[in-house]
Design a protein around this ligand. Structure first.
Ligand SMILES: [Zn+2]
Length: 78
């Protein structure tokens, strides 16, 4: 059984949560991951350089939320 965090629906929910609370997150400049603002280094690539602007976080969350979707759902077409 695949971990729940790998499902497209959960990715979309995660992206939605980030969009609603962008001040809690930042973007890694090394790998473009979105991580919690309290982290000192990126858990993925160990970078310590981050983009912390809320506008950039929102944009990146939307990009990631779309990218992780594997199939088109009815709600996408509205
Ligand atoms: Zn990184």
């Amino acid at each position: 059984m695949a971990p729940l965090s790998d499902s497209p629906e959960d990715r979309a929910k995660q992206a939605d949560k980030i969009v609603k609370n962008p001040a809690n997150y930042k973007i890694c400049e090394g790998c473009d991951s979105i991580i919690v603002v309290k982290a000192h280094t990126c858990p993925n690539c160990a970078s310590y350089r981050f983009e912390e602007s809320t506008a950039a976080v929102i944009q990146q969350a939307r990009v990631l939320g779309r990218r992780e979707r594997r199939s088109v759902m009815v709600s996408d077409l509205q």
